[in-house]
Design a protein around this ligand. Structure first.
Ligand code: SAM
Ligand code: SF4
Length: 348
């Protein structure tokens, strides 16, 4: 694995000579932008947020929808084609469908997607789809109310399931379910989740637990690797067959059942099999910081440039951010440092 410090030996790009495409020093072309619209959440997943005493951003520190749109207008000609709106819980941001509408109106996008915990989806899905939402990923780690409570420290699995059903009412909307498995909490429910998803013809993806939790309870023992899950599913249900993937930037390795039964499973093995070498993502936090990696320890502040409509400053910040991208997250390296901001503050 390439160490985080190896970047120091990479040649520098001179911003003056750059044609301003978002290409980093390893030649990775950035096409995907994750936009966090809030750090607030209505649940408290233990792999993400603290249980109590969460200090959320004051409202006046959040980028307005107008500023987010301005940022996106700026990055579209630089090669960004895929947008994902996330948080915190994005459906807690008032009138989120207005932002979706603004982004959808920009045109030229290959993808306009949302990641949500699903709790508020049933009541917002009509407006979101009408506004132009193309895809939604809904987090579903368990079907058990008791396990849901252990993970999220709140009640609410029924609301999540209602949200999934409501989204299924829109055949034009692409839906995926995302599950994060903690060995000590929800490993036993994995097969149930697979059956739930496959019986509804919904792709299910398993995301490995990454060291991005506020309580710093991450350790390798708690991580259930994609390999382990694939083995378990093959033993208990049926062997899996990998699907060819034409897009190397997709983080998920997708499988179907080898015996032909319906179902598609994806595995985002970010810890055990990092895909940093093909990463095409940038992130905009709810308070206007650009990040080149979930695990980056540096952020580039574009809030002021957006407020002042200062394109020169925006360019400088963005180029500096892309240039500084590390080759790899380096979780397995001895010098790995967990980033200061946990997942809910960055935007997952
Ligand atoms: N609140 C929404 C939700 O939960 O879907 C959107 C934001 S959440 C931060 C986005 C995704 O990040 C979720 O699918 C969640 O499972 C994932 N996530 C949160 N903490 C994580 C961690 N420590 N490691 C890996 N994935 C994590
Ligand atoms: Fe909230 Fe999503 Fe984090 Fe869970 S993973 S606490 S739903 S932001």
């Amino acid at each position: 694995m390439i160490s985080r410090t190896a970047i120091a030996r990479q040649p520098e790009i001179n911003p003056a000579n750059s044609d301003l495409r978002l290409v980093d020093r390893l030649g990775r072309v950035h096409r995907s932008l994750r936009i966090s619209v809030t750090d607030v959440c209505n649940i408290r997943c233990q792999y993400c947020m603290p249980a109590e005493d969460v200090a959320f951003l004051p409202n006046q520190h959040l980028l307005s929808f107008e500023q987010i749109e301005r940022f996106v207008r700026f990055v579209l000609p630089l090669g960004i084609t895929k947008l994902r709106v996330t948080g915190g819980e994005p459906l807690l941001r008032r009138q989120l469908s207005d932002l979706i509408q603004r982004l959808s109106n920009l045109g030229g996008l290959e993808d306009l997607a949302l990641t949500t915990n699903g709790m508020l989806l049933a009541r917002q899905i009509d407006d979101l789809v009408a506004a132009g939402l193309k895809r939604v990923n809904i987090s579903l780690d368990t079907l058990s109310e008791e396990v849901f409570r252990r993970i999220s420290r709140r009640d609410g699995i029924e609301q999540v399931l209602e949200g999934i059903e409501a989204a299924r009412g829109y055949p034009q909307l692409e839906i995926k379910l995302n599950a994060l498995v903690l060995r000590d909490v929800n490993l036993d429910g994995v097969l149930e989740l697979v059956e739930f998803a496959t019986s509804r013809d919904l792709p299910l993806r398993f995301i490995e637990f990454m060291p991005l939790d506020a309580e710093r309870s991450w350790n390798m023992q708690r991580v259930v690797s994609g390999d382990e899950l694939r083995k378990r599913i093959a033993q208990e249900l049926a062997p899996l067959r990998p699907l060819d993937c034409s897009d190397p930037t997709r983080p998920s390795r997708d499988y179907v059942f080898a015996d032909g039964r319906p179902g598609q499973l994806g595995f985002i093995d970010s810890v055990s099999k990092p895909f940093c070498s093909t990463c095409d993502r940038l992130r905009l936090t709810a308070d206007g910081k650009v990040r080149n990696c979930l695990f980056g320890v540096q952020e580039w502040d574009v809030a002021q440039a957006l407020a002042a409509q200062d394109e020169g400053e925006l360019k400088r910040q963005l180029l500096a951010c892309v240039q500084a991208k590390h080759p790899a997250h380096g979780i397995a390296q001895p010098d790995f440092e967990q980033p200061e901001r946990p997942m809910y503050q960055i935007g997952g």
